[in-house]
Design a protein around this ligand. Sequence first.
Ligand code: NAD
Ligand code: TYD
Length: 349
Amino acid sequence: MSQPRSSLKNILVTGGSGFIGSNFIRLLLTDEGLLDDCRIVNYDKLTYAGNPENLSDLEGDERYEFVHADICDAEAVERTLKTYEIDAVVHFAAESHVDRSILDSSPFIHTNVVGTQILLDACRRVGVSRFVQVSTDEVYGSLPASGFFTEETPLAPNSPYSASKASADLLVRSYCQTFDFPGIITRCSNNYGPYQFPEKLIPLFITNAMNDQPLPVYGDGRQIRDWIHVVDHCRGVLAALLNGQPGQVYNFGGLCELENLVLTSTLLRVLGKPESLITFVKDRPGHDRRYAIDCRKAAEELAWQPQISFKQGLEETVEWYLSNNEWISRIRSGDYRKYYEQQYGQRLG
Ligand code: NAD
Ligand code: TYD
């Protein structure tokens, strides 16, 4: 990994209390020790998905600051950029779950599109030197049985979530073209790992199986996702921040395509739970069939590649959830219960 750009002193991370943002901040401040002279400011609204517990181990670290605010609040954004003399922004904050975007797309448009525009305008006024838009492979739509998404694949989002992320990406692109804005876009495949909110497939199925509850597989379960460990994704975002070229897009993937049903059986095996927990439920509307990433550009230009094998990553992730029952219980006893009933038509046990 190359050394940090010396010009980066104060980095704003939006959405740092969520799944990927918290892993990213921990990577910056602990695992890599790369940015010892930098201050990290976590700007987060703490929606249902934002959890201060995800970073409780960093309390007292003087290189870390938390700002509780909304990216749609233009004044708060600008004040924060100025107060902390921010020179780089890594933008994770978003509404992130496809099923919730099908139930109600308005928070997705508000945060993911309008919030990104507000952030971009404030960054432009203040004059940051780097802005990384953390995006998703879902903006490319769905693949047939063969082929891969490259950075040149046309955008064809199929869910309100992916449409809102594609819109934000296009805003970043337009600011680069129109204002010479130093924006970089990263697009990653499905992440898994510690601190993921249990609405997403892997933590949902782990936590349900731990409680001997059914695992709701959508449709025929033959959809394919490319799984990447969150730390590999975070290393990619960091590489893009330090060494990416403004105006460029970089794809990241785990080189690990799996059918949902195969993944589900693997999870049950790791957990020592029976296959009879698998329950087929009504398919997600507009369900993308297959995602697969060509990440050669990131390998060639950022010297990045995924390092954590799926076997090791999954076993460690299962171990993390088994060891963090209180973290899970606090989520499963709150508002999440209402969402679960609305989404799956049954009560969370
Ligand atoms: P998450 O839902 O776990 O976390 C989102 C965070 O953003 C939360 O802390 C939340 O409080 C915060 N937030 C939401 N709205 C906000 C607002 N208006 N102002 C300030 N903060 C706000 O999401 P995640 O899975 O960590 O994803 C992070 C980013 O990575 C998203 O932009 C997502 O599109 C992208 N991404 C996710 C995946 C994945 O597999 N999870 C893959 C590729 C890209
Ligand atoms: P998810 O984790 O929601 O990620 P995304 O939709 O962003 O890819 O879902 C991953 C895959 O798992 C996707 O094909 C939908 C499927 N899935 C289920 O079969 N059942 C579920 O309860 C969930 C949440 C997802």
